[in-house]
Design a protein around this ligand. Structure first.
Ligand code: MRU
Length: 332
């Protein structure tokens, strides 16, 4: 993705390895400023996943791969490192997929930096292909909707849900994107709107609760990302995705999920078996450091919800666009 770092516009990834350190964009600082942070200890990288310095399923995966790389370079106990890194967040399948990829590669004697870079490059290639397939669904004059951030920040580069939009826009198609703000951490407003703005793609930020209203006025296509897709096509994604899928069904709007194979978990039979992360109540109750909720009220803050497969029109993958009944085709 293009971004101005120290006043100079450059191509930058969400996470990479340089001078013996894992470097990443601190996504908690966007859109106000681009802050780069680096770590040379795998436990600090695991903490950066947990505290959402970096986030989004494929970026979490690549960050985990680099954490394993650090653990290998420092000759740490790799079994313990794998367990520590996998414990950082519970829902995104890419985290587990990436740690297993690295365990396998290191076990076969691969160079740690080469293997982790290979993993990150592989994600970018997959996203580029997802963009190519997904762009065929986008036509001039369409109104699109997305939720959370499934862009370059969430995937090392390019994006999943945003990849078809980037590609279609680059191909000269002109369309409009509704971006739901994505309470409570505001990944839609702060990250997706920022990315679309960098690309010059027409968009507007809407409150999460306005999605059905705008669908009733005319939305042609909805594309979201996913954190984990179960064997039956049920999928977990940012809280609020399920509401959109239900509303889309009501209005007859095609609802697509863009995700690489690393997000599919064929060992998880249905959405009921997906672990949903519960995050801190302060994400809900404070703005900045100011409490905006009454003291004493309980708060529930699930980070994800599960959308049943029958609400999904198709999955946009690097192996093509598949109906929920066809996803067995991507089983590795
Ligand atoms: O809690 P987050 O910000 O990590 O959640 C991110 C999402 O829900 C994304 O939609 C998903 O990871 C897909 S990213 C390509």
């Amino acid at each position: 993705m293009k971004a101005a770092v120290d006043g100079k516009v450059q191509d930058i990834r969400a996470v990479w390895f340089e001078d013996g350190k894992v470097r990443m964009i601190d996504q908690r600082e966007l859109p106000a400023r681009i802050v780069l942070v680096d770590f040379d200890d795998y436990t600090d990288v695991a903490e950066a996943i947990r505290n959402m310095t970096t986030r989004g399923a494929p970026s979490i995966g690549a960050t985990a791969a680099y954490a394993m790389c650090l653990a290998a370079l420092k000759k740490c106990d790799l079994k313990k490192a794998a367990a520590d890194i996998k414990a950082a967040r519970p829902t995104a399948n890419d985290l587990f997929y990436a740690v297993d990829f690295m365990t396998d590669a290191l076990g076969k004697g691969s160079d740690p930096i080469e293997a982790a870079d290979r993993y990150a490059d592989m994600m970018v290639d997959k996203c580029t292909t997802i963009g190519k397939y997904g762009a065929t669904l986008i036509h001039d004059g369409m109104k699109l909707m997305t939720h959370c951030n499934a862009g370059a920040l969430a995937t090392v580069d390019v994006g999943t849900a945003l990849a078809p939009m980037r590609r279609a826009w680059a191909d000269g198609k002109r369309f409009f994107v509704y971006v739901s703000e994505t309470r409570p951490r505001l990944q839609g407003m702060q990250l997706t709107a920022w990315e679309l703005g960098q690309e010059g793609i027409d968009h507007a930020i809407i409150p999460d609760g306005a999605s059905a209203y705008y669908m009733s006025k005319g939305v042609d296509l909805i594309i979201t990302g996913a954190d984990r897709i179960a064997a039956n096509g049920d999928f977990a994604n940012k809280i609020g995705t399920f509401d959109k899928a239900i509303a889309a069904k009501h209005f007859g709007i095609p609802f697509y999920v863009a995700a690489p194979i690393s997000t599919f978990d064929f060992d998880t039979k249905t959405g009921d078996d997906i672990v949903i992360e519960q995050r801190s109540s302060t994400e809900m109750t404070t703005v900045g450091n100011v409490r905006i909720a009454p003291e004493g009220s309980d708060v529930l803050n699930p980070a994800f919800d599960v959308t049943p497969a029958d609400l999904v029109t198709g999955f946009i993958t690097e192996k093509g666009i598949l109906r929920p009944s066809e996803i067995w085709k991507v089983k590795e």
